[in-house]
Design a protein around this ligand. Structure first.
Ligand code: ZN
Length: 455
């Protein structure tokens, strides 16, 4: 007789379950109870967990992964723009959302889309007063209110980490505004495991193809880019960027800095080093994009406990364009992912949607192409998948309870039509997402929900 109290609410069995822990544990079945992983093992091992009230799902060879975590995804903007993307073209200019109903509808639409892709967590990188008068309406304080309201109603279909923004998206910011914002930031939320305010997003510079990344060398036209923070001259702007990083660190806020040029990256690392020397804290500040990160900076990132969120698809899309910005002898900046992986830096993969489609499967394929042929294909796949699950959980300060399928962690799961190991990274875009679970509850089922394809 099975003790019902000891049995699972849900068992998925007869496929390949990837725990995505460092040891790359796999099983044929997974059991879930009260929204958490109970066990992963063979079908036989899980048999005793099946009681009269257990829902049993036959996987028939399908694969199960931890839910995908996109560490840099503008859901509010994505929900308003989809099926258009910035790089895909056709995106309308001007305001996208202007009313509470529209803002909330955009977030719900994004939630639906992300659930259909198996994405159960994401970081919304930059919402706040800096964009209250912004053209799109997708990044202002009212979006933060919309998030709070949807969270209160239990309508968020993914776990959200949000970064506050006190300047413009991809634009200028005033030191005074950021400092005032940091001082008055209220980051407590009622259900931080579902909706959490992580810290602050700062736009350091632009992007290399536009010659707006702040660099040590020079572009073809002799310019070297500029920081986006205010200041009468270069030295003042550098000092101001350091000041806001220091202030956020002392306020206990995680700082994510959009930093693409090598000069911006060095400045950010330097500022974090100084802040950590004054007050050591496990805040996990990170670089966003990090296009021109040099291999020599990698050990410093590792030493300071800093991360980076990278978009292989953007690198692939803008590679030639970026190369044209630099003198021929310099060439395009090398993508730092291999160095970061080898250097033990908690670098995550992400889409930056709606710049690109939020489809992580194409991002895995793009990252694999950038890395070149793999000596050990299975280890490569494990590495890439972890940068979309376990490593972003670290960025969220949540590795103790999400990001892998180790027992006790939340049962955020994605069921795929084929095993990633069988298709390899290049075959991932052809693998279907069949079902998504958030905390053990189905939030997407392909058999019942048609999904709008991207443009
Ligand atoms: Zn972005």
């Amino acid at each position: 007789m099975i003790d019902d109290a000891a049995s699972a609410d849900l068992v998925l069995r007869g496929g390949r379950v990837h725990v995505l822990d460092p040891a790359d544990t796999r099983g044929e079945a997974i059991g879930v109870r009260s929204g958490r992983v109970l066990a992963v093992g063979s079908v036989t091992e899980l048999e005793p967990l099946i009681g009269p009230a257990t829902t049993v799902v036959e996987l028939d060879g399908r694969a199960v992964l931890p839910g995908i975590n996109d560490s840099h995804l503008h859901a509010s903007w994505l929900g308003a723009l989809w099926p258009h993307t910035v790089f895909g073209g056709g995106a309308p200019d001007g305001p996208l959302v202007s009313t509470d109903a529209e803002r909330s509808a955009a977030l719900l639409r994004a939630g639906e889309l992300l659930a259909s892709l198996g994405i159960t967590s994401y970081t919304e990188p930059g919402i706040g007063p800096g964009e209250d008068a912004g053209t799109t309406g997708s990044f202002g304080s009212a979006v933060l209110d919309a998030y709070r309201a949807l969270d209160a109603e239990g309508l968020l279909r993914a776990r959200v980490n949000l970064l506050l923004l006190f300047g413009l998206v991809d634009g200028a910011s005033r030191t005074e505004d950021i400092l005032a914002g940091i001082q008055s930031a209220r980051i407590a939320t009622p259900h931080p495991e579902r909706f959490r305010i992580a810290g602050v997003k700062v736009f350091g510079d632009g992007i290399p193809p536009m010659r707006s990344a702040y660099i040590h060398g020079g572009y073809v036209d002799g310019s070297h880019g500029e920081l986006l923070i205010d200041g009468a001259h270069e030295t003042q702007r550098e000092a101001n960027l350091r000041t806001v990083i220091r202030a956020a660190h002392h306020a206990g806020l995680q700082v994510a800095v959009h930093a693409t040029g090598d000069r911006t990256i060095d400045l950010v690392v330097d500022a974090v080093r100084d802040a950590m020397a004054e007050r050591p804290a496990d805040l996990r500040h990170y670089l966003v994009h990090a296009d021109m990160l040099r291999p020599t900076t990698v050990p410093e990132l590792a030493g300071l406990g800093m991360g980076a969120t990278l978009q292989a698809g953007i690198a692939a899309f803008t590679g030639e364009w970026a190369a044209a910005a630099f003198p021929p002898e310099v060439g395009a900046a090398p993508w730092p992912l291999p160095a970061l992986i080898d250097g033990g830096v908690n670098a995550t993969l992400s889409s930056d949607a709606p710049v690109l489609s939020p489809d992580w499967r194409t991002e895995i394929a793009a990252a694999d192409r950038l890395l070149g042929p793999a000596e050990h294909p299975r280890a490569r796949m494990h590495e890439l998948l972890r940068r979309y699950t376990a490593v972003p959980a670290w960025q969220d300060h949540a590795e103790a309870w999400k990001g892998t399928l180790e027992p006790g962690k939340v049962a955020d799961l994605v069921v795929l039509s084929a095993d990633p190991d069988d298709v390899g990274p290049a075959g991932m875009p052809g693998v279907a997402v069949e079902r998504t679970y958030l905390g053990g509850e189905v939030v997407f089922d392909a058999s019942s929900e048609p999904v709008e394809a991207g443009a």
